[in-house]
Design a protein around this ligand. Structure first.
Ligand code: ZN
Ligand code: ZN
Length: 350
């Protein structure tokens, strides 16, 4: 099937190209992309791949256009959010933790299907595709039917980031930290992940403090009852829970210092591979430090729950996103990096 896809080569300017998308296999589907979020991992991978031509994008939302012969759980025309790929059969998948799937790296980051076949060709050459099992910076994408979560009649641009960024922030709160009313959560960084985490915690009735240096990113959580400070050096009362989305060693150390005894810090941002902390502080105060990916979520469970919160007005996802045409990817990234946009979402049809 002929599609338009956004081809990137490292940080060189991206280009919209004609591409040939493979036919769906029995367990796969093709989704006509209506909206796709830009996530930090797209930018990291783009850089890591260097000159290798790639079609990235892993927060797709759209309507089911073609289904493989054994797919019976999705109907043509149905709107779905496309999340990360997992095998469904390994120990972690069967326990409801597909983020830790034994095949996670091969399925989401190898640029191919598990059998090493490519799903996308540009000028008759295979390109890095199947990114997070989807490669959705395109007018249509191919993925396992199991990656698709039906979402009903909701604005595609508001819910597309539930495939990764918003899922990561919301899941870190609901699945990992689990603060209760009366608790106090510190969120470090208010990009797409941090803002989703802060608003999700507010929807649970939890007191939330966000530390974020960019004034424009502080404004939105502040409108929803979050206390927003510019720096971790500002006065911050002790907290029961903390979420670091930055990966910065100084921020992680400060979060540990602010935690009350038996407090929990969850790490969802990647910075330097190694961070040092004081074992004595950790031990004597009974602190927990937890890592997690994709909010430790089963997307088929958490995405419908978050959509429910969005529909009932508890989680204003539409306030977090700014839309751009697919071809304006480079501008969207520049706006995000300059703090002008919190969460860019590309709309292929605009
Ligand atoms: Zn698995
Ligand atoms: Zn992501």
């Amino acid at each position: 099937m002929k599609i338009s896809a956004l081809l990137t080569r490292g940080t060189a300017p991206s280009e919209l190209v004609e591409a040939e998308l493979d036919d769906p296999r029995p367990d796969e589907v093709i989704v006509r992309i209506e909206a796709v979020g830009v996530c930090h991992t797209d930018l990291v991978t783009r850089t890591e791949l260097g000159d290798q031509p790639a079609v990235l994008g892993h927060e797709g939302c759209g309507t089911v256009e073609r289904v493989g012969s054994s797919v019976d759980q999705l109907a043509l025309g149905e709107r779905v959010v496309i999340s990360f790929a997992s095998c469904g059969g390994c120990t972690q998948c069967r326990a409801g933790h597909p983020g830790y799937c034994a095949w996670a790296t091969a399925l989401n980051g190898s640029g191919r299907r598990l059998d090493k076949s490519s799903t996308l060709r540009v000028r008759n050459e295979p390109v890095f595709s199947s990114f997070f099992g989807q490669s959705s910076f395109a007018t249509a994408a191919l993925m396992a039917a199991a990656s698709c979560v039906p979402v009903g009649d909701v604005p595609p641009e508001a819910v597309a980031p539930l495939g990764c960024g918003f899922l990561t922030g919301a899941g870190a709160v609901l699945n990992v930290l689990r603060p209760r009313p009366g608790d106090r959560l510190l969120v470090i960084g208010a990009g797409g992940v941090g803002a989703a985490a802060a608003l999700t915690a507010r929807s649970e009735g939890v007191e939330v403090i966000v530390a974020e240096p960019v004034a424009a990113r502080r404004a939105l959580p502040a409108r929803y009852g979050v206390t927003a400070v510019a720096s971790l050096d500002d006065p911050i009362p002790p907290v029961t829970h903390a979420l670091d989305t930055t990966g910065r060693p100084g921020s992680i150390a400060r979060a540990l210092a602010l935690l009350q005894p038996r407090g929990v810090l969850a790490l969802v941002g990647l910075g330097p591979a190694e961070v040092t902390f004081d074992v004595r502080t950790l031990m004597l105060r009974g602190l927990h430090v937890r890592g997690c990916v994709e909010g430790d979520a089963d997307p088929s469970v958490l995405i419908p729950e978050l959509i429910q919160r969005y529909r009932s007005g508890l989680l204003p996802l539409d306030q977090l996103v700014t839309t751009y045409p697919l071809a304006a990817f480079d501008r969207a990234v520049a706006d995000q990096q300059a703090g002008r946009t919190l969460k860019p979402v590309l709309v292929p049809t605009s």
